[in-house]
Design a protein around this ligand. Structure first.
Ligand code: GLV
Length: 372
């Protein structure tokens, strides 16, 4: 009997690897996520592998159903963020789950950087001028000016893979960089970027010195012209350093009135009511968002307030939305390829069947859970 896989979404040609290898693959045919009832029904019908995306909520009920059948061996998520999966429940019920880190790092960091640039130079308003036939003349300062990025200070909040890639891209645009990490600091990376910055100065490639260093959150907020978020979503009880509503009335008020906030991490890291107020009352100059507390962004979101439209860019969770990054079947290039490889590692017993040795298994503790 071939092993059965259910994919909650068509993740493209990478799935052919499963078909070609003789797996019985069923793909949910709609572009929107399946209702949870469909996932439960598939699990209860005895699937052996589940391919999911960040749109699917996998909770205690789902993992308990999986344990009851004894058939489900692995959940493979096509995303790096896994806050939609109840890790403790997966582990408790003995199901390893995988994610797709690294392959989306550059795409997401460059998207964050482009949002930063779009905000600073007010490109959305500028395009509207042109399209709406409001571009009456060329003028030195009318109808508005933007802010240069070069020479400005960016605060990178969270120095994991994507945060460090964003820092690297900002250094290429001759920005100064403050780093904040709620967890460990990567001083080696910071020293290497500083060396590179110094080399550009001594070789006459730039005329001004630039710098990068770690700082406290308070200093980042007080000093930065741009604050870019790159922390995972961790709720109270999930971590000693939770990030839920890390950006709230108090922290938004600590930013400069000329500063911009960029969020390509997870929506709930920002209190959206507080942010809408901060934009309305101009505690900060603007925000560019790719992620939201509820996705898609609801019609009645305070972030849609037309009064703040000129300073609030709203994008549809597209950080990693690029050809190769999303769909390449190559596990070293694409999220889809890495997702399928993660699934196959478990199903085919690669790494001697030891999930603690498998790359991309998130809840590695599941490997020891059963014996403890
Ligand atoms: C995208 O947000 C991801 O987590 O992959």
């Amino acid at each position: 009997m071939p092993l059965r896989i259910f994919a909650t979404c068509d993740i493209g040609p990478a799935l052919n690897r499963l078909r070609d290898a003789g797996y019985e693959l069923e793909v949910y045919p709609e572009p929107a996520a399946p209702p949870k009832a469909v996932i439960l029904e598939k699990i209860r019908s005895g699937i052996n592998g589940l391919i999911c995306t960040l749109r699917d909520r996998l909770d205690e009920e789902v993992f308990a159903a999986a344990e009851a059948t004894g058939k489900l061996k692995v959940v493979a998520q096509m995303a790096v963020g896994v806050d939609n999966i109840d890790r403790a429940a997966a582990t408790r019920h003995g199901i390893p789950f995988t994610n797709t880190p690294d392959v989306l790092t550059e795409a997401t960091a460059e998207y964050a950087f482009f949002i930063l640039g779009m905000l600073a130079r007010r490109m959305w308003s500028a395009e509207h001028l042109t399209r709406d036939l409001q571009w009456g003349y060329w003028h030195p300062s009318l109808p508005f000016l933007g802010d240069e990025v070069t020479g400005k200070t960016v605060a990178i909040i969270g120095t994991g893979r994507i945060g460090l890639a964003m820092a690297r891209k900002c250094s290429g645009f001759d920005m100064n960089i403050l780093c904040f990490s709620p967890k460990s600091q990567n001083q080696r990376f910071v020293a290497a970027i500083q060396q590179e910055m110094d080399l550009r100065l001594t070789n006459g490639i730039v005329s001004q010195p630039h710098w990068i260093r770690y700082a406290s959150l308070e200093e980042c907020l007080a000093q930065a012209d741009f604050v870019s978020l790159h922390v995972p979503l961790l709720r109270e009880g999930e971590s000693a350093t939770p990030t839920f509503h890390m950006f709230n009335h108090r922290t938004l008020r600590q930013m400069k009135p000329t500063a911009y906030l960029i969020n390509t991490a997870r929506g709930p890291v920002v209190d959206e009511d507080a942010l809408a107020q901060a934009l309305r009352e101009r505690w900060i100059a603007g925000a560019g968002l790719d992620v939201y507390a509820t996705e898609p962004l609801p019609a009645d979101s305070p972030l849609r307030d037309p009064a703040i439209a000129d300073r609030c860019r709203l994008l549809p969770h597209h950080g990693s939305q690029a050809q190769l990054t999303r769909l390449s079947p190559d596990p070293d290039l694409g999220m889809a390829g890495r997702c399928v490889q993660g699934l196959l590692n478990v199903l085919e017993g690669n790494y001697s069947g030891d999930v603690t040795q498998m790359p991309w298994v998130v809840n590695k503790e599941v490997g020891t859970h059963r014996d403890s």
